[in-house]
Design a binder for this molecule. Sequence first.
Ligand SMILES: CC(C)(COP(=O)(O)OP(=O)(O)OC[C@H]1O[C@@H](n2cnc3c(N)ncnc32)[C@H](O)[C@@H]1OP(=O)(O)O)[C@@H](O)C(=O)NCCC(=O)NCCS
Length: 215
Amino acid sequence: MVLKQIRDDYDAYVDAAFKVVPERPLRDHLQARAERAAAIVFDGAWPAVALFRLKRWLRERKLYALGWICDVISRTFWRVFIGHNVEAGPGLIIAHGHVVIDGKCKLGRDVQISPFVTIGLSNSARIGFSPYGPTIGNNVYIGTGAKVLGPVTVGDNVRIGANAVVIDDVPPDTTVVGAPARVVGPNPWTAGELAAFAPKKRRRRTQNNGASSTV
Ligand SMILES: CC(C)(COP(=O)(O)OP(=O)(O)OC[C@H]1O[C@@H](n2cnc3c(N)ncnc32)[C@H](O)[C@@H]1OP(=O)(O)O)[C@@H](O)C(=O)NCCC(=O)NCCS
């Protein structure tokens, strides 16, 4: 189960890498795959996502100390902290690290998070203290430095611009920018268009899962 989740996340990184891997000759094939794997591991922060999956799995088995070690490794090497109350669908991508996600948050499938993003509680006097963080839909892209705060709902197929501060609900299929974030237009990257880029294997997996949107 946890290995499948980790594998699904890796597949999402493979899709996002958009790297052409020739089938032959074998030498070129292996070299391209190795280069892609190195980029995903060292630049892409995929291990931080894998450590988050592993932490949740360990905590479900009451192995809290081992879960904490996962956190320490993730924070030390990738500067990524994802709280244990966070639920994330398959295909989570954290590009480059430096991300905090905390509180009772839900992330849909195929959420892509750029560096220096915070997703968490609002501590706002307007809504009073709430342990609930954002609920983020499927196929959401969050630009660098953006903050998504409090019990807000971000719809499917949304793009959040760099440095946006999202403190209100965001309708699906839109692009939002600014602080506080406001809608500036539709999201031109629809799920169908993205699916065209996805390798056949991953498209098959998503179809089998009966996913409602995204690649
Ligand atoms: C939000 C974003 C996706 C919009 O791209 P786009 O669809 O090409 O939109 P445009 O550039 O046409 O901008 C539309 C409007 O929003 C404004 N805008 C765009 N991005 C903005 C941002 N991050 N903050 C504030 N305003 C922004 C533009 O100035 C423009 O305003 P105008 O209509 O008044 O002129 C893009 O600007 C962005 O922020 N991408 C994030 C990139 C990123 O984080 N990369 C991570 C690399 S690791």
